[in-house]
Design a protein around this ligand. Structure first.
Ligand SMILES: Cc1ncc(COP(=O)(O)O)c(C=O)c1O
Length: 373
């Protein structure tokens, strides 16, 4: 049996998404930008998906821009605003690389966070000024799960950089938080379908009306000239179906998954002395369990877990597969050696009690084995 505890990396496709997608991978293959009947069927599907996404995210359909990925949505938000209004960009030190590297490429400023993972609002205020055009603060972190208060962030931005727009990367938040409410104060909100049971390779950016955004992809002028490129119709339809189902089940899922996460973390901390849990559970999304197993190398532990069928990860998955020390753990003050002993278990809506119990058994045996060795 495979125990998949890496839902922050990606999630299994929800049946609702697959079912919604299939017709658009087969008979309804039209290009929604065309004018004949086959195109119109595809366009109607994209329009309906846009309505669903807008409802789930608390915005107008015209404010939804479909993108190729969450990464693209983050890039479009930041680079797209800067292209219209030159200015400094600011983000937190624990952003996903889709934001952090974009901000660094624009020579922006990176603001520290507290050891809890919450952004240091005094440091944020100090970094702001009339020259700032974008402030990017993620809603939930992909490694340690910490949730930011965007209401507090927005209040600081309004006071110290009233002309700036606020962008939030809500990619990890959507399965667990009411993004429509939590990100109500943000001008730009990025999501990615494959983190909530949709397909890979499709995302969305909410850009509130009034936000001046230049495209970063030029071409056929789709998405009202904000994102060129033929629509991934099946992907968009699948994302909308997965989002609708996720949002409808969210409250129940948060309670269930949160209880399983607690069961996993409590059992491992109790069975393995020297194990430290990262972050305060009350400030984290329900699926996130990040542990540091003192004295072991997570790389070796992950190999043993993989052999035993348990899929977890060391911090964020990196395209190169290289084990870079996590910038998130460094930002919250975790030393290099301790950071290298950390494993992220991320639970999802499909995780069961039996899987949690099996994972506990496997992890306890593997850590004991490594400590003996
Ligand atoms: C917080 C966060 N932002 C952005 C992304 C990028 O999304 P995508 O995989 O769709 O490019 C991820 C994916 O890991 C993420 O966790």
């Amino acid at each position: 049996m495979t125990v998949y505890l890496d839902h922050a990396a990606t999630t299994p496709l929800r049946p609702e998404a697959l079912e919604a997608m299939l017709p658009f991978l087969t008979e309804h293959f039209g290009n929604p930008s065309g004018s004949h009947a086959v195109s119109r069927a595809a366009r109607t599907a994209v329009d309906e998906a846009r309505d669903v996404v807008a409802e789930c995210l608390g915005c107008q359909p015209g404010e939804v821009i479909f993108t190729g990925t969450g990464t693209e949505a983050d890039n479009l938000a930041i680079a797209g605003v800067v292209a219209r209004r030159a200015g400094r960009v600011v983000c937190t030190a624990i952003e996903h690389h889709a934001v952090l590297h974009t901000v660094q490429a624009l020579r922006g400023d990176v603001v520290p966070v507290h050891p809890t993972g919450r952004v240091d609002l005094d440091a944020l205020a100090a970094a702001l000024g009339p020259d700032v055009s974008v402030v990017s603060v993620m809603l939930a972190n992909n490694e340690i799960g910490v949730i930011q208060s965007l209401a507090e962030v927005t209040a600081v931005v309004v006071e110290h950089a009233p002309e700036a727009v606020v962008h939030t990367d809500a990619v990890q938040a959507l399965p667990w938080l009411d993004v429509a409410t939590a990100a109500a104060g943000a001008d730009l909100v990025a999501v990615s379908a494959h983190k909530f049971g949709g397909p890979k390779g499709v995302g969305a950016l909410v850009a509130r009306s009034g936000v001046r955004l230049a495209p970063i992809l030029h071409g056929g002028g789709q998405e009202r000239d904000r994102r060129s490129g033929t629509h991934n119709v099946a992907g968009i339809v699948g994302m909308a179906a997965a989002m609708r189902a996720t949002v409808a089940e969210r409250e129940l899922s948060v309670a269930r998954v949160g209880a399983r996460r607690d069961r996993l973390a409590d059992a491992l901390v109790a069975a393995l002395p020297g194990t430290v849990e990262t972050g305060d559970r009350a400030e984290k999304v329900a699926g996130s369990c990040h542990l540091r197993f003192g004295g072991i190398e997570s790389e070796a532990l992950l190999v043993l877990l993989d052999d035993a069928g348990v899929c977890a990860s060391a911090g964020s998955a990196c395209a190169s597969g290289a084990m870079e020390p996590s910038h998130v753990l460094a930002a919250i003050g975790v030393g290099r050696a301790e950071a290298r002993s950390s494993v992220r278990f991320s639970l999802g809506a499909t995780t069961t009690d039996d899987e949690v119990d099996l994972a506990v058994k496997v992890v306890v045996e593997a850590v004991a084995h490594l400590r003996e060795g």
